[in-house]
Design a binder for this molecule. Structure first.
Ligand code: NAP
Length: 316
């Protein structure tokens, strides 16, 4: 797609934020281009594509599967003239407008406005054994890998909604699911906690972190637990380790130019989606560590497209 044509709106990221921005920009006749990465940061379509039932997205009283929701958003944006480019962005030059966006296989893309909707990726434990056994029993996606743990025992790390959701989902396959949480109080919402507490297959290890993951030939056999109160370590046998310990925003491309907060999220000028560079907007999980919901990401995507449209009108 290497071209000297300058797009009015380029959106990096194809989750709910990026796709909603695309629908709004397309309906404003701005012919947006969505660049959906193939390797950077996460899956095409964002984290929703890794979830199962989404029960809290408005308009779907029976719930909807995450991948179906994303597919619908994608088709909706396409219907109004959104173009898609499946490629990794390797560099972004925001020093002057139009902005230059260098892609891995399709050369440069030029943009009068840019919407950063690059989302966030799962946080890792960063302990011995984790990298070596990644994909061989260590995972951050129960939906993707739960199937391989039929009648096996697994550990889920974390105390938030994701941990409860992953644990409950894994009981469909595993014989026992042990949630390891570093405190003795969960962060998860009450309804998600109750689901996990009620499930006979779910057990809890409180006040514990994982010091190391063990295994041979790419297969997990256990973890070393550290008691966060006594500092004692114990060995715990398990066949799998599922991480649900939060996310890290995907800002590598722009972190040296766009302002970030102490956790690395892009800072926007509330209630708008404007960043510290004129013509660059941010939406979704890359700039939101508070709500991080599909519906809030979609809402931010809508705002970003309207902000971009107004910026273009004012700077025509
Ligand atoms: P989260 O709420 O940030 O929870 C992360 C959990 O991991 C916390 O319990 C945290 O412990 C723990 N943790 C963080 N770093 C750790 C480390 N290095 N070692 C051990 N434990 C660590 O993240 P989340 O569960 O992914 O949820 C993110 C957002 O998505 C939330 O707003 C949530 O409501 C939403 N969500 C909603 C649903 C749903 O409604 N269906 C499902 C999933 C997620 P502390 O508690 O001690 O900090």
């Amino acid at each position: 797609m290497s071209t000297t044509t300058t797009r009015d709106v380029v959106i990096i990221g194809s989750g709910p934020a990026g796709l909603t921005a695309a629908t709004y920009a397309a309906r404003a006749n701005l012919e947006p281009l969505v660049i959906e990465g193939v390797t950077a940061g996460g899956p095409t379509g964002g984290q929703l594509t890794l979830t199962t039932d989404v029960e809290n997205y408005p308009g779907f009283p029976e719930g909807i599967m995450g991948p179906d929701l994303v597919a619908g958003m994608r088709a909706q944006a396409e219907r109004f003239g959104t173009a898609y480019l499946t490629d990794d962005v390797v560099q972004v030059d925001l020093s002057s407008r139009p902005f230059r966006i260098e892609t891995s296989s399709n050369g440069d893309v030029w943009a009068n406005t840019l919407i950063m909707a690059t989302g966030a990726r799962p946080r890792r434990l960063e302990v011995p054994g984790e990298d070596e056994l990644w994909g061989g029993g260590v995972s951050a996606c129960a939906t993707c890998d739960g199937f391989f743990f039929r009648d096996k025992e697994v550990v889920v790390v974390g105390g938030g909604d994701s941990a409860m959701e992953e644990a409950t989902f894994l009981t469909k396959f595993a014989s026992r699911v042990t949630i390891v949480h570093r405190r003795e109080e969960l962060r998860a919402s009450k309804i998600m906690q109750e689901r996990a507490f009620k499930d006979d297959k779910v057990e809890f290890v409180w006040n514990a972190t994982i010091d190391a993951v063990h295994g041979t030939d790419g297969v997990v056999s256990g973890v070393t637990l550290r008691d966060t109160v006594t500092d004692e370590t114990t060995e715990f046998a398990t066949d799998g380790v599922f991480l649900a310990i939060g996310h890290i925003p995907n800002t590598r491309l722009v972190a040296d130019v766009l302002e970030t907060d102490e956790d690395g999220y892009l800072v926007v000028e509330q209630p708008y989606t404007t960043t510290n560079v004129d013509g660059v907007f941010a939406a979704g999980d890359v700039s939101d560590h508070v709500y991080r919901q599909a519906v809030t990401a979609a809402g931010m995507g809508c705002k970003a497209a309207i902000d971009a449209e107004r910026f273009l009108a004012a700077n025509a």
